[in-house]
Write a protein of this length. Structure first.
Length: 566
């Protein structure tokens, strides 16, 4: 405890800055070449590279697999060299060279391999940005993946494989499901998916007749994301509620939220314990927390849209959809591309009241107490921008923004069919919803007051941009403008006070307003008032010019004095 007469030490001593902190590392046995050959599926990878005639290949590894990356690189390089057609030993004639160039112009060219050490976004997504930096024409993605559809480059997925005690898995299944006629879907995290067929065979030998073994497909918008469905579920989607899920290894939180309202129950078999017991997963508290974030952002005036992917297809359509939802609600949005999302990056934008992440269906769910403002998904944004009277949520949760876009298109088609009957929309006084009329098209006199449901306080500036003013064309005369109940344009110059904020197209800028009223520090020199010397006529008096320093860094000269040497 520090004494009263001395100040406490608040910094690390200089002599300890460069001292390394000892850490305990668990040694991991290195795989042999034969094990690497099987683990990373070297033969299949070489076959697909050669069948596709790929010449620039990017190898993407997650952080935990980078230790094997150089050896996998060498195995692929040496294997591709052996399988390449041998070059001609004889000196080719002109006719032979032309024939070879016509038949296989790129067959003799050696493949170029490169390792992507750090991903631009999440490790589950294909990093097309880094691959395009090296001009790759194919990406080999290793490890678990979200299987989101890519936008530009083809992908070779190598899921790798992890070991599993099948006897313990069968025992845990039998203890959990005593009724052998119960409908159960077998699922597993991607590195354990190759154990599903053998697990199904053993369970059927033990008289379990309603077991369905899922297979991996590339469809995040499926009822079981990236998995096949039973035949009866393909015919009637509601039949999935009769099935339970037996999942090997802990699934991502986004998958749990997706399945919570679609299946009967979810049971997880952990793979990090020697004697695992299947436990039932519950998402009640997590759904309550997500709904609390939604209601908190219902009155947020400014939203930040985070682009957390440049690889998933249709991400630009999702961006336009979110911007339209926010604009129709009379709110402001800003777009950010920050790479990997962190609390420190988002804390730089204090004026943003909430964030919307556009990313893959796994990385869009961000739950951390380190963030100062809530982070939600495009699906949750739709719910947040509805009015209090229409905000209903039955617990259904959608992570893939591709499914959100499909729902939007279906709603638009239904609205176009019923566009002839518009009497109900004219009498609708529910203001500010994204599914009703645009906020700008409604009367401001009918706006109900808005309150924060958490604190009960009145929110005065939930729509900071103001209503858009009608645009007057150059053909309109003052009389025509008055007939339209619109004031004619004015060319008079009006001096604006220093306390006024900037406007954009006649609407107040929320960022400028926050800079004036919210930020306590506005940059270096902001606390000094700039003043100029003026003459008798009021013109600014310029300062006399002085000759500055000259020379190089080791010795300067001022005016005609000798240069000073260090």
């Amino acid at each position: 405890m520090a004494s009263a007469g001395s100040a406490p030490i608040l910094s690390t001593p200089a002599e300890q800055i460069l001292e390394s902190v000892p850490t305990k590392t668990v040694p991991v046995a290195a795989l042999s070449d034969d094990e690497l050959y099987v683990q990373y599926e070297i033969p299949r990878t070489m076959r697909e590279i050669r069948e596709g005639r790929r010449k620039r290949v990017a190898l993407q590894f997650p952080d935990e697999m980078l230790v094997d990356a150089p050896r996998v690189f060498e195995l692929l390089r040496d294997g591709l060299r052996r399988e390449r057609k041998p070059e001609r030993n004889l000196t080719p004639t002109t006719e032979t060279a032309k024939e070879d160039e016509q038949n296989s112009p790129t067959e003799e060219r050696e493949e170029t391999l490169c390792i992507l050490g750090d991903t631009s976004y999440g490790a589950c997504c294909v990093d097309e940005v880094a691959a395009e930096h090296v001009k790759a024409d194919v990406v080999v993605h290793y490890g678990r993946t979200c299987l989101s559809p890519t936008a530009r480059l083809p992908v070779i997925y190598v899921f790798t494989s992890k070991s599993l005690d099948l006897d313990a898995a069968v025992s845990a299944f039998q203890e959990l499901y005593t009724d052998r006629s119960e409908k159960v879907c077998l699922m597993a995290d991607i590195p354990y998916s190759h154990h599903i067929p053998e697990l199904e065979r053993r369970l059927r030998d033990n008289a379990y007749g309603n077991i369905y073994a899922t297979q991996i497909i590339r469809d995040p918008s499926s009822l079981l994301p990236n998995r096949t469905l039973p035949n009866e579920v393909q015919e009637h989607s509601d039949a999935l509620k009769d099935f339970s899920i037996f999942h090997i290894s802990s699934p991502p939180d986004s998958l749990l939220l997706i399945l919570s309202s679609r299946v009967k129950s979810i049971n997880i078999l952990p793979t990090d314990t020697p004697s695992p017991l299947a436990l039932e997963a519950t998402t009640t508290q997590q759904l309550r927390r997500r709904y609390a974030l939604i209601t908190r952002l219902a009155t947020a005036p400014i939203f930040g849209i985070l682009i957390n992917t440049l690889s998933v297809s249709n991400y630009m359509e999702a961006l336009a959809h979110c911007q339209k939802l926010i604009a129709d609600a009379g709110k402001k949005s800003y777009v950010f591309v920050v790479g990997k999302v962190s609390a420190a990056k988002l804390a730089n934008f204090a004026e943003v009241g909430g964030w919307v992440v556009i990313g893959c269906w796994e990385s869009s769910l961000i739950e951390s107490k380190d963030f100062y403002k809530p982070v939600i998904t495009p699906f949750e944004l739709e719910i947040a921008l509805k009015s209090d009277a229409k905000r209903e949520w039955d617990g259904t949760w959608v992570a893939d923004f591709g499914a959100v876009l499909k729902n939007e298109k279906s709603v638009e088609q239904d609205s176009n069919i019923g566009a002839t009957d518009n009497t109900a929309s004219e009498n609708d006084n529910d203001i500010g919803t994204s599914n009703d009329l645009a906020w700008q098209d409604q009367s401001s006199d009918d706006e109900p007051p808005e309150f924060d449901l958490r604190t009960g306080q009145y929110i005065s500036r939930t729509r900071p941009m103001g209503r858009s003013k009608p645009v007057i064309s150059s053909d309109d005369t003052p009389s025509t403008a008055s007939a339209k109940n619109v004031a004619p344009p004015s060319s008079a110059l009006v001096q604006r006070a220093k306390t006024d904020v900037a406007t954009v197209n006649g609407a107040i800028s929320p960022a400028a307003e926050f800079l004036r009223a919210g930020r306590t520090w506005q940059g270096l020199g902001s606390d000094y008032e700039v003043s100029y010397e003026r003459d008798e006529d009021g013109h600014i008096r310029g300062a006399a010019m002085e000759e500055g320093r000259s020379g190089v860094a080791r010795g300067y000269g001022i005016g005609e004095t000798d240069s000073m040497r260090a």
